[in-house]
Design a protein around this ligand. Sequence first.
Ligand SMILES: O=C(O)CCC(=O)C(=O)O
Length: 293
Amino acid sequence: MALLRPLMAKAEARFSNQRFFFPCRKSRTYTLALTLLLALSVVLLVLLALDVLSLPIGPLFAPSRSHSEKTEGFVQSGRQWTEVISWEPRASVYHNFLSKEECEYIIQLAKPHMKKSTVVNSTTGGSEDNSVRTSSGMFLQRGRDKIIRSIEKRIADYTFIPVEHGEGLQVLHYEVGQKYEPHLDYFADEFNTKNGGQRIATFLMYLSDVEEGGETVFPNAKVNSSSLPGYNELSDCGKAGLALKPKMGDALLFWSMKPDATMDPLSLHGACPVIKGNKWSAPKWMRLHEYKA
Ligand SMILES: O=C(O)CCC(=O)C(=O)O
């Protein structure tokens, strides 16, 4: 026993040695870190489930660009999503397609060159002044600069219609009382289809809000529009069909050509008279074939 005493003392000293307890503390630290991580994951999962947080994955129909993505020169800060508003005719809205800066840029480019809008004479194919269209407008050359090229590329990416099939961007301005009576964007004459063939779709961008009136209306759309949200805020002209109230940056895509390659008369549409404020819009017409701009 006397012989064992030094050994036992040595073992006791070892047990009480700090170094012995160090691995124990280390494992407690690990346990604490793991618990914290687990708690954090649970909190994250709860926040995701409650939709307080979201992963950078869009819904099925959302365009690929995410919030605050930098477009050519400008930052798009609004939330972007698309919404089908009608199947007959086929029409959808792309919310916040353009940034505020892009809208202002287009207006500032167009302003010095605005002229009274004309319509196409369906027999001769020529342009003429007509009381059915009282806005003013101008065309921006396709691909004229970096900003316009970026917008045109985004339209092509979204519609799957190549940039080369697009006409130059038209910029339209409507003052109080100005309008465009219901009409079709596709042609009834041969002259206007020589370059590029028929117009198959229109991508109409709103460059401004309008206080009252100025809606784009589809009088023959097969939609019960009176049950849609916002119906009560529409003008009488807007209430006469499926109508979209202009909102700066939003874009309306509608198809003049049906999937069976025939033209769609239900795509008849017009611009309601502006009652209060000003309206700026920019249609991009897209053709069946390459359009020599
Ligand atoms: O500005 C609008 O709301 C409609 C424009 C339009 O219909 C057109 O230019 O063909």
